[in-house]
Design a protein around this ligand. Structure first.
Ligand code: MLT
Length: 248
């Protein structure tokens, strides 16, 4: 089976996700925040491309049932309940709510995936949970694509390094997996940083920008491996937690 990494959604064509299990990564911060929201008790998370899409979607719900979330240039969208900081998605804020979210790269990457068998949202905070699901796909001989949300079509260090961690964890259990060059490169970068995830964020341009904008604590939260052990599955336009009530 194949295990491919795409450094940005712009690198992919439809065939790259068709029938595959696809993991979407936007470590800073959308995929981390989505995992945190679901682990904190959000009923579901619905990704939207634009601010207007969030507002239109919200009209299908009672106001008390939804949390409007998202960022542009890292800061909360005016009038929304929260931004895109994982620290905002506390049980008190999200319990029982549907989170409607629009972010610059992460939600757009998700919305662009076509024809996948399953779409899962991956980050460091849910590393082992998602790895187990991807290993199961590999065992059943299903091809896997890992899509880095990147930064406006460009490479992003933290997404690539996290993708590398997933690649290494999957291939060390199965020798018959064929990886593309990007997967190989990501595994090498991950090996270079080892467990020093905060160093990755210190070196990455988006990590630096977040720290400068006052979101340094988000970097600590995003580096907390396995702190939110959920498998967020995107099906029928909403992301929910894989579990007894949401089987694949
Ligand atoms: C994005 O989707 O581009 C990000 O998650 C940006 C951020 O909130 O840091």
């Amino acid at each position: 089976m194949k295990l491919d990494v795409f450094m940005s959604p712009t690198e992919m064509s439809a065939g790259d996700t068709q029938g595959r299990v696809v993991a979407v990564i936007d470590v800073l911060r959308a995929s981390t925040s989505i995992a945190v929201a679901l682990n904190s008790g959000a009923k579901s998370v619905i990704p939207a491309e634009t601010v207007d899409d969030v507002i239109t979607l919200s009209k299908q719900f009672e106001r008390s049932e939804v949390l409007l979330a998202g960022e542009r240039r890292m800061v909360a969208i005016p009038g929304f309940d929260v931004g895109n900081s994982p620290l905002e998605f506390t049980p008190k804020a999200v319990e029982g709510c549907t989170v409607l979210i629009s972010t610059t790269n992460g939600t757009r990457a998700l919305l662009g995936i076509q024809g996948a068998r399953d779409i899962v949202i991956a980050s460091y905070v849910n590393l082992s949970a998602v790895t187990a699901m991807l290993r199961a796909a590999a065992r059943s001989d299903t091809d896997i694509s890992i899509v880095c949300a990147g930064d406006e079509g460009h490479f992003s260090l933290e997404d690539a390094t996290c993708a590398g961690r997933y690649v290494s964890s999957i291939i060390n259990r199965a020798s018959s997996i064929v990886t593309n060059d990007a997967a190989h490169a990501c595994a090498l970068i991950d090996g270079m940083y080892g467990d020093n995830i905060e160093k990755i964020f210190k070196d990455s341009s988006h990590g630096k920008a977040l720290a400068e904008a006052g979101f340094g604590d988000d970097l600590v939260a995003a580096a907390a491996v396995d702190s939110h052990p959920v498998v967020p599955i995107y099906q029928e336009r909403q992301i929910t937690r894989l579990g007894p009530d949401r089987e694949r």
